[in-house]
Write a protein that binds this ligand. Sequence first.
Ligand code: PSV
Ligand code: MN
Length: 389
Amino acid sequence: MSDLRTAALEALRAQTIELPSWAFGNSGTRFKVFGAPGVARDPWEKISDAAVVHRLTGAAPRVSLHIPWDRVEDYAKLGAHAADEGVTIGAINSNLFQDDEYRLGSLTHADKAVRDRAIAHHAECVEVMRATGSTDLKLWLPDGTNYAGQDDLRARQDRLADSLQQIYALLDPEHRLLVEYKIYEPYFYAMDIPDWGTSLVHCLALGDQAQVVLDTGHHAPSTNIEFIVMQLLRVGRLGAFDFNSRNYGDDDLIVGAADPFQLFRIMNEIVEADALRPESGVNFMLDQCHNIEPKIPGQIRSVTNVQEATAKALLVDRDALHAAQQAGDVLGAHAALTDAFATDVRPLLAELRESAGLHPDPNAAYAASGHQDRLAADRVGGTQASWGA
Ligand code: PSV
Ligand code: MN
């Protein structure tokens, strides 16, 4: 067990989790967006807030941007601001879901002029990548149809393949295109990239720089997500996670809050495939909105939840697990997982943080810091950042 513990500490030391800039702005549902005192007012403040999470956890050194929400005049300066704060710019998320022109689709639209415009938006995103040093272009396709017969499903796929090829051609050799899928919403009959299979088919056609993004909130209820994780790892195409929790739809709640056992099972497949190492190319990102809880502590909790699930997965006695699997010992194999899941890994993580000179409990440290009150006092005036604004 002590060997496992030592190896777990080493692996956890190398693990990083990427934070979404939009988690630091206000968010809500279609019913209400609640404002909160001290919320960031622009991309600069969002990056500063993300850096607070990194300083306390030591595990969140990158921030994803969303264009146009994080549009600024000078992206090199934004990248320098991130560096000053001790973080770097992570994935650049494009946005194809907020323009009137995209009512019937963007990259799949029947009108070439609309498709060209959607492709050109990705050229802008690639410029942002070059200016900030980001290497991941993340594309979630919001296209779809609401009624059977509304459009030709196959023609939409063909137009999509062509558009994706043009976007892929924009990439530099060190860039990746991360293609995200989602079962429903904003359309409710057929999304054009509804599942990992469709995403994978397009990635395979594009080339090695195209990888699938798995957003944990984008599946039908009861989907076995860890199976998808295993399969994408098996074919070398799991580029990233968008971690969050869901109870019903794409709820974007704190990762590990709704179903910690599912998060553990996902991380177990990652560890089993030796894909935790940064060189494995899997980017562990969060895609969450903190509608009612404060943003910075919400992100800290999310990071520590991922670390806890990871630590438990690292503590699985894999020799015992594999031996039990080989012997057909159903309950023994299952117990190898449930024993690890039942372990209280908080002391291990406290040790990890203390060895890095950090407070053993980042959630408690932030609550005691008075930082939230200082932000509320300092950030007066201006317009708070908001999801979709
Ligand atoms: C879509 O629901 C999504 O998961 C995509 O990743 C978007 O870019 C993101 O949410 C915006 O929050
Ligand atoms: Mn997502």
